[in-house]
Design a protein around this ligand. Sequence first.
Ligand SMILES: C[S@@+](CC[C@H](N)C(=O)[O-])C[C@H]1O[C@@H](n2cnc3c(N)ncnc32)[C@H](O)[C@@H]1O
Length: 334
Amino acid sequence: MTISINDTRAYHRGGRASLGWEQTISESLRDLNSSYFVALEKKETYGNILSRFFEKRDIFQDGRPCNVLEVGGGYGSIAADLLRCNQNISITMVDISPVFLDRQKERTSPFVGRVSFVLSDVFDYFESCGEFDLIIANEIIGDLPALVEIPRTALVDFLSGEKIEAETTREEVAHLKLARKFLNEVGPIVDDFPEIIHLNTGALRFIKSAIKKARALWISEHSSDYDIPEVMKGVFRDVRQDRWPKKVRLFGHDEVTIRFGHLKRFLEREEIPYECGLFMDFLGVRTDEEVRRILLTKSIANETHEIIGEFLNHVMEYQWLFINRENHNPPQRW
Ligand SMILES: C[S@@+](CC[C@H](N)C(=O)[O-])C[C@H]1O[C@@H](n2cnc3c(N)ncnc32)[C@H](O)[C@@H]1O
């Protein structure tokens, strides 16, 4: 068996961590000169769109201080936009990467006094930090530890109480127990497992920890179980049918896509209110005839077509999840 934990920490702690290899959506839309706006209805930076989202939900309100924690803030573009748009907010940036943290300091330098920085693994930080009004985790939960490469047969045998093979090591048994615990928490355990299974164990652990620290939590990530908006049905050629997490190979590390359905089931079972949506709607992507034709024909007739095709084929796989537990107290058992 090859079950293991996908762990990106060594890569992020090292000096070569960079977003140059994995352009995030927020970085693609960090300023109004971005060429990607040709794929959107409106020219507005990612941080601005997010700021409006929080304003609409009264998380950001005129005259009311808001204490924000941004986890894994990358190059700091979201934080800079939020600080610029809202005079009442202050932000703590926690990041495992010294390289990224330096970039965040540079990017938010006009807002000195309203932003502070912590170099730490987020799970260690949660052990000692205080409480926040809002936690933002944008394109980070796919980096958190995930249980990967679980053979279907081994898991099914283990779940059904079958005797496991004699050569199974203690570590593998521990991994299978972790898989069973995860599936119980996001249950009911389903039987449509692919041959090799990856589970977002770190992402679930993150949600459980984060909602004890803040009343509101924003998460966005590359997902494995996205849907296509009605108006765009049929125009994307490579829609995956298998809704299970997949490994994405990046420079120096692998990420694991998120099965939002698992996280949502956990929240529903715990009766924690949430909203969830597709990035195509969140960003307001163009859905007109020209865009649909470019996607359908995979046209690369000019640079604009290439940009639209590349960006929308990427964006379509992203989802967001927002938890606002204003009137909800999580059970003590977490
Ligand atoms: C893919 S980048 C996303 C950056 C940014 N949020 C964005 O949307 O552009 C992932 C970020 O999470 C940080 N990170 C990864 N694992 C972490 C961990 N265990 N604790 C804290 N930060 C972590 C990385 O250093 C990096 O800043």
